[in-house]
Design a protein around this ligand. Sequence first.
Ligand code: ADP
Length: 395
Amino acid sequence: MKVLVINAGSSSLKYQLIDMQTEKAVAKGGCERIGIEGSFLKHKANGKEVIIEKAMPDHKVAVQLVLEALADKDHGAISSMNEIDAVGHRVVHSGEEFTGSVLITPEVLKKIEALSDLAPLHEPANVTGIKACMAIMPSAPQVAVFDTAFHSTMPDYAYMYAVPYEDYKCYKVRRYGFHGSSHLFVSQEAAKYLGRNDLKIVTCHLGNGSSISAVKNGKCMDTSMGFTPLAGVPMGTRSGDIDPAIIEYLGAKKNMSVSEVLTYLNKKSGMLGISGVSSDFRDLSAASEAGNDRARLALDMFAYATKKYVGAYAAAMGGIDCLVFTAGIGENDSFIRAKVTEGLEFLGVEIDKEENNKRTGDIHDITAKGGKVKVLVIPTNEELVIARDTARLSE
Ligand code: ADP
């Protein structure tokens, strides 16, 4: 069985074709600048990478071009689009409507569209991707896999905000959390690796966007992102948690509307805003090593905020058996892993410095000898979670 995984953004569309027998991607790529001049498709398969520059006025044209690339005699991975058995879509928000992945029917699609208020930038783009695939591949089952769904098991006292209860009831103001497929994947991989399901795991998805989750016995108990992905630790360009009163104060001082302040907090803040150098941790490390104190400060703030979540979630779960690092920073940045775990010996978290400095590209145990808490580096694979659910629901 082959599953096409689609992640549609407003002007982009990423894809992977996954062979479910091997659970490996046989082709992957992405369309950029959809609906904008200069659109192109970057496609990788058969050990070849090609860039196809073609006008993509909308997502339907983009999907058509992806299918042509996938079935191309030279750089394709299938002989015709009929070999695609099902399509799995990454959908950012499930609201409280869905608590797991779902086969997309016209009724389901309407419900997903109705969730756009909760994620006005992402949900309409996801819907556009779904509609384009439904139009071009009408006989392939389409499945929605939500970024929020893994967090639907949080207890009410973890997901509620202390605003008047009616606002939760009427407007669904609450913590949802994101990166759910990643937290699910790495916590399952950790349980498999350790051969146990009764585990208290803290998963740190540290990438461009970062979130930390508390996973007890396979279920999410709490997570650091909130109503939107702006909450939690400071990120590449997002502020993470701030006192909400700052929004009015900054708006008045800088003559910005609420929505301008929010854009500022989403795009100009975080590591970029603090350092003035970059949102990329590789640039920040280089700058910090070269003596840039604001880059040093940004890295210290990130590690400190992450460490605080590890401690908080160990308290929330009544202990911690395993700490997982994943995503771009979690998988690659040994300095951040060392900084986050430094001083957590009282919790039983200790890492082996040499192991921490190795990069294996696979599950990697960096626990110090005698360390009570297993510390694991686990490459995430959100696409595989989407493909597995798609295969299961379309059989
Ligand atoms: P996303 O999927 O959210 O776009 P990723 O999980 O790919 O993000 O993470 C991207 C980030 O990971 C980069 O911005 C960079 O800060 C960090 N990163 C990637 N590779 C390295 C590395 N070798 N060392 C340190 N940081 C890295």
